[in-house]
Write a new protein. Structure first.
Length: 296
């Protein structure tokens, strides 16, 4: 019942998905951007305590509302912590009507054939079983593409869809995220190969299965329309990929049907040192800008 309500909300709701899923490797940078330097903590536990405080401050802010925020992607550590006395995913869904997702990948393997595939995930089934204890709707997993290598991109997409099928079998909605690096000298050529590979793999899915796609904002506006309209795609969301919020939103407006799932661009300008009012005003402006760009 909850899954179907969440699915309907993602399918028909307006707004965007906040990516609050920085993990071990990306957390120090996220904290630094938030105004917390690395000398403020001396181990991972302290680091994750600090980043959870940041995320809780975001989630409990009144402007983080279900009128403009459809979903939020969580790191495993965040899922297992509490916000306002409730498990994070329960707080988001039950108190805010915001759909929780879980980042499931374990980071990237070394670059080869112009891409980085995901590291092996031998404990994925156990992680998904753990997620069943919470109202988690779906998952997210990221690979990266740097060069228009047919073999490399095929490796990325095959791995993504193989894992997506495993996730579907456990009753979750997978977000497939084959990021194209925005600094690639042949970004559009990568996107051409990527789109063709995704379309082939969508056709191989069971008729009753759908996935979500999280893609880098394309070089040519409207390039992914065929994926947006595909019956086996629930929603196509866009990552900011290192673009500033303003630039990411301008590019998003050129792609009707895509919605944002920004991380750095979403939290841009937020600081631990801000008063609650300054923090709320800054975040409200960010949410409004991203919401408007997601609903062109």
């Amino acid at each position: 019942m909850e899954y179907q309500k969440q699915r309907q909300r993602i399918k028909d709701g307006s707004g965007f998905i906040a990516a609050l899923d920085q993990s071990g490797g990306s957390t120090p940078k996220a904290l630094e951007n938030y105004g917390i330097s690395s000398d403020a903590y001396d181990n991972d536990d302290a680091m994750f305590d600090l980043v959870h405080e940041m995320r809780a401050r975001i989630m409990t802010c009144d402007c983080f509302d279900n009128e403009r925020v459809l979903g939020a992607i969580l790191f495993e550590d965040t899922m297992e912590r509490e916000v306002n006395g409730k498990p994070t995913a329960n707080y988001l869904w039950e108190d805010k009507n915001i759909v929780p997702f879980l980042k499931v990948d374990k980071g990237l393997a070394e670059q080869m054939s112009g891409v980085q595939v995901m590291r092996p995930m031998p404990d994925l089934d156990a992680l998904l079983d753990k997620a069943k204890n919470y109202p988690v709707f779906g998952t997210k997993m990221r690979s990266v593409i740097y060069e228009p290598s047919v073999d490399g991109i095929e490796l990325v997409i095959q791995q993504q869809f193989d894992v997506a099928k495993q996730i579907l079998s456990k009753g979750f909605m997978p977000i497939v995220e084959p990021e194209v690096n925005i600094d690639s000298a042949q970004k559009h050529e990568c996107e051409v190969i990527l789109k063709a590979d995704i379309l082939r793999n969508l056709e191989r899915l069971n008729d009753d299965h759908q996935v979500m796609l999280k893609l880098t904002l394309p070089t040519d506006g409207g390039f992914y329309q065929e994926l947006i309209d595909h019956p086996k795609v629930l929603k196509v969301v866009a990552l900011s990929g290192g673009y500033s919020r303003r630039e990411a939103c301008e590019k998003l407006k050129q792609n009707p049907g895509m919605i944002a799932s920004f991380s750095r661009a979403f939290t841009e300008g937020l600081s631990k040192q801000q008063s609650d009012k300054e923090f709320a005003d800054t975040m409200n402006a960010s949410i409004e800008e991203i919401y408007q760009a997601s609903n062109v």
